[in-house]
Design a protein around this ligand. Structure first.
Ligand code: HAM
Length: 441
């Protein structure tokens, strides 16, 4: 392990992301892709391109919002609100904000604040955003993670639920994720859920002494979440618990059945999981998660659902909504674990190697000329030996090196060295012609 040369480090549960080929000292092998910017660009381009095909447009919201927004939207009894929010307080005004612990509430806030309903009946939006949660860090679980998220506001039916799920699967499939399971459930309406929770609590109460401390707490604070317990013993005890899907009202049941019909029509495979409840209070009806066996304990690559009551909870008119969030780091970990080949990273067209002061004087305008001609070009700024400059050019995956020293200047030429051809041949090219030469190469 390389020794650290500074006492400053990334805060726990966060990471730096580096240009390709830059050595990542001290980072674990099984999460290398998370720290490689080319994988992020790749993810982002597949996500953006899929959104374009599906008719979704980008929205950006601030990284921090009023804490009350998340309290109301996500819910007082949830782990996110109770334990994981990062509050920021300005030293000067003492204003208090919360770094966004999820992306849905900010998008709905923006929708209501700017009266987007007046602009068109249905909004189909996506975002790529940093998300902050004070969680116990482990592989695939970070305190700053990043989500590709999608929200549709204004459309009530199962047709849009199917579209959103198909979009999530298209992004994952487009990236090359093959080992994944789509889990589907309906959490009904707040009224049907309240009836269910009552019966669930009655079922669980006599079993509590045998349950984990986690679940005993959940029983008191948010009983539905007991179903989500990671403890095997809890799962066994709840094996015969009442099922949420048996409590659905007629409309929710019809919605759920139509959604399944549409998914089948779209060739999207799914598994119904009556225990899938998700950690937010805003969900109604459809809830889903895409899980992968390749991320370790943190198996959810994406999760989402419908939130038809959220606009009203935030003080706006009743408006249906549905969306999902996809964890970019987790998807990269799954892809690395699947042994996918690295996507090609393009190098630069030319790396200029000035030899001596006169060479440098010639290279400064030459570099600007190459860039103005649309080439990607860089130059040595260290004044080290030519061999070291070649090494630097290789690290940047340069196609050509352009060498300019006193001899070349005397002849009005540069030596253009082809770094990818066998034997790396060099040609003398008139200085004024270097840009044309490289453009045509
Ligand atoms: P979520 O399930 O909390 O949902 O997060 C969505 C995804 O973000 C997860 O499936 C996971 O891949 C990733 N993720 C969550 N927490 C972490 C973490 N600590 N470290 C790494 N990755 C993480 C939401 O946030 C909802 N807002 C999704 C949604 C949108 N529902 C409706 N619209």
């Amino acid at each position: 392990m390389a020794s650290s040369s500074t006492r400053f480090k990334t805060p726990g549960g966060t990471h730096d992301v580096f240009p390709p080929g830059v050595q990542q000292a001290n980072s674990p092998d099984d999460t290398k892709w998370v720290e490689d910017i080319t994988r992020w660009h790749w993810f982002e381009s597949v996500a953006r391109e899929t959104c374009r095909r599906f008719g979704y447009e980008e929205i950006r919201t601030p990284a921090y919002e009023a804490p009350e927004l998340f309290r109301r939207a996500v819910g007082e009894g949830t782990d996110i609100v109770n334990k994981e929010m990062y509050d920021v307080v300005s030293d000067k005004s003492r204003d208090r904000y919360t770094l966004r612990p999820e992306g849905t509430a900010p998008v709905v806030r923006a929708y209501l604040q700017h009266r987007l309903d007046l602009n068109r009946p249905v909004h189909k939006l996506y975002y790529l955003a940093a998300i902050f949660r004070h969680e116990r860090e482990q592989k695939g679980r970070y305190r700053q993670h990043h989500q590709f998220g999608v929200e549709v506001i204004g459309a009530p039916g199962p047709d849009v639920d199917a579209e959103i799920i198909a979009l999530a699967m298209a992004v994952l499939g487009g990236l090359g994720v093959t080992r994944m399971t789509l889990k589907l459930n309906s959490v009904g309406t707040p009224a049907s859920r309240a009836r269910y929770v009552e019966d669930l609590r009655a079922f669980a109460e006599p079993l509590l002494p045998q349950m984990s401390e986690d679940n005993q707490r959940r029983f008191r604070e948010n009983a539905l979440r007991m179903l989500d317990s990671k403890h095997e013993r809890d799962q066994q005890l709840l094996e015969d618990a009442p099922r949420l899907t048996d409590y659905l009202d007629d409309e929710s049941r019809a919605h759920f059945e139509t959604l399944q019909k549409y998914l089948t029509a779209l060739n999207v495979d799914y598994v119904i999981d009556p225990k899938l409840v998700r950690g937010f209070d805003y969900y109604t009806r459809t809830a889903f998660e895409v899980q992968s066996p390749d991320v370790g304990a943190q198996s959810a690559l994406a999760g989402g659902g419908r939130y038809d009551g959220l606009t009203e909870q935030l003080g706006g008119p009743a408006t249906p909504g549905i969306g999902f969030g996809m964890g970019i780091e987790r998807v990269l970990i799954a892809l690395q674990a699947a042994g996918l080949p690295a996507p090609e990273t393009p190098g630069i067209d030319a790396f200029l190697c000035p030899l001596g002061a006169a060479g440098r004087d010639a290279c400064v305008p030459l570099l600007a000329g190459l860039r103005a001609a649309g080439l990607s070009a860089d130059m040595d700024y260290t004044g080290k030996r030519l061999r070291t400059m070649f090494d630097q050019a290789d690290l940047l995956r340069a196609r050509y090196c352009v060498i300019v020293g006193d001899d070349e200047i005397a002849k009005g030429v540069a030596q253009v060295r082809d770094m990818r051809a066998e034997g790396k041949p060099q040609a003398a090219v008139a200085l004024d012609f270097v840009s044309d030469y490289l453009t045509r190469a």
